[in-house]
Design a protein around this ligand. Sequence first.
Ligand code: SF4
Ligand code: SF4
Length: 472
Amino acid sequence: MSPVGNSQTHVAAPSRGRYANSGNGPSFAPVDIGHTSYMALIQADTAFWALIRKNKLADALSSPSFIRAFRREEKKFSREMHTLRFGLKPSAVYFNPTEKCNLNCRYCYIPAAMRRHGAHMSVKQVLHALALLKQYFRSTLPAGTRPQIVFHGAEPMLNREAVFVGIERYAADFRFGVQTNGTLLDDRAIEFLTGHGVGIGLSLDGHQPRIADRTRKSWDGRGVFAKVNETMEKLSGYPGCNVICTVTRENMRHLTPMVDFLHAMKVPACMLNIVRCTLPPARKVRPADPAAAKYFLAALERSNELFHRTGRKIVVANFANIIVSIVAPAARRLMCDISPCGGGRCFFALAPNGDVFPCSEFIGLDHFAGGNLFRDPMAKILKSAAFKQVTGRKVENIEPCRRCAIRHFCGAPCPAEAHEVNGGMDQIGSFCEFYEEQVRHAFRLIADGREDEYLWDNWKKGTTQMFHLRDL
Ligand code: SF4
Ligand code: SF4
């Protein structure tokens, strides 16, 4: 066999790339989006897409002008995708100021012994950690950038004095948020947090106690719906409030009334997050993909009906992020639906003992600690083998994601699930079909010109919408 390499072959018999799907031509995958009139043509590597009338599909694929339109934009798309996937620096931290939680939710990713008997960070430790983080971000982010610190679970309000001192001391340096189960927010805490403009994320899984309390309970088995409801009423109209509803088999049938309920409470944004199955207890409430997708899409449509009826939106932020990943990839706000995901790359998680993990999802899996904030330089932690396992997980190495046309709108989440449920970073996560249905639905809305109705007002501000072809 002669030692003829690819480059020589390329020189000897170059294809000018004039035809789609052969030679050096671009590969376009036709994707059924479930629309009566349109299909999507997707160039998967660059996330370029066009919506094509079904009866014009053959014309588009054989049209020199269609291929030229792609070629004109190809480099820009590739560059942007490359920057998004490999060129970002961390700008947020999920900061766990305590190991303890006053609840024992069925799907929690933090081990029960840690939540029950764990330790708080002292005020001194919280302040020291914030000082180290400030120093780190100063050395990596442009001057004037305020990175985000989200005090996260276990339950951060169990250690609220340390949290509040940290927020007061570092108000000029960070944008702060708190993700809380909402049971410990008394009037003084609400006044402090809203007065400091702190984002408040509440966790609630249903619109009635009989639904919500199936998964979220105290250690002695009592439901907490009533208390969270009271907190929501107090926060009604606060623009920085959002609610995370974890979608499980226990509540998926009730997502539509949940959206009604949250809208009535004037919650501006919610997340209907499918349960992460990283730890075994969560797998017991795992919903089946087709059913979860059916109820999820119905809830989305209800959010849209409410918008039309009242003129006020409730944005389902995790779905909005998928629309944005299609129409303006760089404007994504959440980083699960890109590969590698944002864990360890755009943000990281800090455990109360100072250990740093790529994402909160890995807290409880000790071997994913990349180092300790109090002992190791952040730059070294980010390059650790533990972090590299997560930041190196790419769709190109995962079957069947590497062949999937929507891989850069879905991102093949989640590395923690892939590793723990399916046995490795090169494995698929838990909910392929659920994500697939969301992307198809997003394309249907785009085909009908309705995508803005599902997005945050002013979402275009400061973002660049990539060129795509909607109507061939
Ligand atoms: S998880 Fe499924 S939808 Fe997502 S990239 Fe992989 S194959 Fe595609
Ligand atoms: S995909 Fe998983 S590990 Fe990555 S950011 Fe999302 S939850 Fe964290």
